[in-house]
Design a protein. Structure first.
Ligand code: SF4
Ligand code: SF4
Ligand code: FES
Length: 358
């Protein structure tokens, strides 16, 4: 088959950046990685990209196709070629580009290491001297998080990381839950304290792009939600994000509705709310916020209360209350729209380039 693609080339030494088009003859089963190999072998030996296993294991070949992160060795090109599309291939986002499709993974690994991604055992050795055994059911709690291959596709598309490069990010936090959820680990509270700090759990915007782009089904956003639930269960709720989440529960439990007007003082505290009074009055004046008193109570509020009691009776507080496999957004088609950006122009962050080359 004939495969055409445009590749963003970048030379860190000169700062030159150019979109080059390549057309090659490739076997019908070719992946994007195979096509890049053909370009490098037969057309332009200077093209730079990473690869190793070629089978979705090593995590080396993360890059963007039409603005969305993919593993090149997982992405078949047959449909693209058949439809005559010319995808744009570029380096992953949120990481500095070294050259062409190669990004500097150092910031990624620094965050990974900050999570202390190893067991800190807190169990006594069994008396028979044999290994400490736990049930499959308990290990299933971290099954998805253990699938991570550190490819960086989630980080590439993370909105929170784009606005705050210090945000721990989806991969590191998913790794964090890998150990928080492991019954053998003894550092749960210390971990939750650390992950709940500035640039941690509560900085996630819940855009779900990480779930959507992860090629291994790790669903990092789910892991972050579970970390948040565990933090609250453990009493680590100083952050506004935790207070916000707690008020959602309290509000629905008492009235069956989210009482938004009270959300601000409950989340930010009274002093901060008073400082925002002028803004609040403006909202009220323009019918953007109301001061319903007494608050409206849903006719069937008992249903919400019963649901809460059920969760408590089943002991489903913390991460145990989360349903695995929440991938609603992952079902969205993306990446093949006119203009490249799947949800409209600018819907995905652009590749990072050193300032002097912008
Ligand atoms: S859901 Fe959170 S962690 Fe995932 S991409 Fe969005 S902001 Fe980043
Ligand atoms: S969570 Fe998924 S997308 Fe992110 S690094 Fe791990 S495997 Fe890659
Ligand atoms: S080359 Fe190893 S994951 Fe693609």
């Amino acid at each position: 088959m004939q495969v055409a693609m445009k590749i963003w080339r970048y030379d860190a030494a000169t700062g030159e950046r150019a979109l080059r088009e390549y057309e090659i003859d490739a076997p019908e089963e070719a992946t994007l990685l195979d096509c890049l190999d053909i370009v490098k072998d037969k057309v332009d030996g200077t093209l730079a990209y990473r690869k190793s296993c070629r089978m979705m294991i090593c995590g080396s070949c993360g890059m963007r196709m039409d603005g969305a992160a993919v593993l090149a060795c997982k992405t078949r090109m047959f449909d693209v070629a058949k439809e005559g599309r010319v995808p744009v291939i570029s380096a992953m986002g949120n990481l500095p580009i070294v050259r062409d499709l190669v990004v500097d993974m150092d910031p990624f690994w620094e965050k990974f290491k900050a999570m202390k991604p190893y067991l800190q055992p807190g169990y006594d050795r069994p008396e028979d001297g044999r290994e400490y055994r736990i049930t499959q059911e308990r290990m299933n709690a971290v099954k998805k998080e253990a699938l991570c291959i550190n490819c960086g596709c989630c980080v590439s598309e993370c909105n929170a990381m784009e606005s705050d490069p210090e945000f721990l990010g989806p991969q590191a936090l998913a790794k964090g839950f890998r150990f928080v959820g492991d019954p053998r680990d003894a550092a749960t509270v210390e971990r939750l304290e650390q992950y709940s700090g500035e640039h941690g759990i509560w900085e996630c915007t819940r855009c779900f792009f990480c779930n959507e782009r992860c090629p291994k089904g790790v669903d990092p956003r789910d892991a972050i939600a579970k970390l948040g639930a565990e933090a609250i269960r453990t009493g680590i709720d100083r952050d506004m994000g935790a207070k916000h989440a707690k008020w959602f529960v309290r509000s629905t439990e008492t009235t069956g509705w989210l009482r938004e007007t009270e959300l601000v003082p409950k989340t930010q505290g009274v002093v901060s709310s008073i400082k925002q009074m002028k803004f609040a009055l403006n909202l009220i004046k323009h019918n953007k916020a109301g001061l319903a008193f007494p608050p409206h109570v849903a006719a069937n509020v008992d249903e919400a209360r019963r649901l809460r009691r059920l969760v408590l009776a089943q002991g489903r507080l913390g991460s145990a209350g989360h349903i695995q496999g929440e991938r609603a957004l992952a079902k969205l088609e993306h990446g093949h729209h006119d203009g490249g950006d799947p949800y409209g122009p600018g819907s995905f962050p652009k590749p990072y380039l050193p300032e002097d080359t912008e």
